[in-house]
Design a protein around this ligand. Structure first.
Ligand SMILES: [Zn+2]
Length: 248
């Protein structure tokens, strides 16, 4: 790939500023925790035939957004999520109202997109529609699904992202469309995001609970604690039945 001038992945302007993902305020809550890690998988596969995978260790900071976005709506989003996410990283029981589910989901989707761009600039083209859609509507909307759970350990930050291309149709007219699954562990908090127009992209298993599209109020954490091994096997999205039900 030839390099060229880079523009903000959200609004398309310049110049770009350094973005930390997750943001540095997380350290206020997690200074006593173990260190984490990042794994990113790139996989291209049809519905039935995996075509191989590779993985890289991704950077956690990069110049992918402009100052206006970084200091504007993204800063506002950090301020909105901090009082909800901060206590969750410490394992404090939290009443997840629809409003809190919404802000967590929006922040997790933002984080998944920034991580995708930082991992590989090619993802800004590959997932161009996702970046544009999020910037325009700035909300947790289909085809994104967002889930939360609790982690029994205490990672400072552990991120896993999985990219896939699914083939739609059966012959020469096969059209590829991109899908991804993103999981982040910060302290005791686990968040997961899936993005896929493919209804066969599988569903994250319990104890992950969906928060977007929003659910009735519930108290987090609920169900068993997840291990990093659980999170490693995430590669997932909604079932065809669930997707159809949600669209109704
Ligand atoms: Zn921007």
């Amino acid at each position: 790939m030839r390099s060229s001038t880079r523009y903000c992945v959200f609004c398309g302007t310049t110049p770009l500023t350094l973005e930390h993902n997750p943001p540095q305020w997380i350290n206020e809550f997690c200074s006593d925790l173990d260190h984490g890690g990042t794994t990113t998988f790139f996989t291209d596969r049809s519905r039935t035939h995996p075509r191989g995978a590779s993985h890289t260790v991704a950077a956690t900071a990069g110049r992918v957004v402009c100052g206006r976005c970084n200091n504007g709506w993204m800063s506002n989003l950090e301020n909105a999520v901090k009082p909800v996410l901060g206590p969750m990283t410490q394992g404090h029981g939290t009443r997840l109202t629809k409003e809190r589910q919404g802000v967590l989901a929006e922040w997790l989707i933002k984080s998944s997109l920034v991580h995708a761009a930082v991992t590989s600039w090619q993802n800004t083209t590959r997932f161009g529609a996702a970046f544009a859609r999020f910037h325009e509507l700035r909300d947790a909307i289909l085809p994104w699904f967002v889930f939360v759970a609790a982690h029994g350990g205490k990672e400072t930050e552990y991120t896993r992202q999985y990219f896939a291309s699914y083939l739609e149709g059966s012959s020469k007219e096969q059209r590829q469309f991109p899908a991804y699954a993103y999981a982040i562990v910060i302290g005791h908090f686990v968040g997961a995001v899936t993005y896929s127009g493919d209804v066969t992209f599988p569903v994250p298993p319990p104890p992950l609970e969906r928060i977007a599209p929003a659910r009735a109020v519930f108290i987090w954490p609920r169900g068993r604690y997840m291990t990093l091994q659980d999170i490693e096997v995430l590669g997932t999205g909604p079932s065809a039945e669930e997707f159809a039900g949600l669209l109704r």
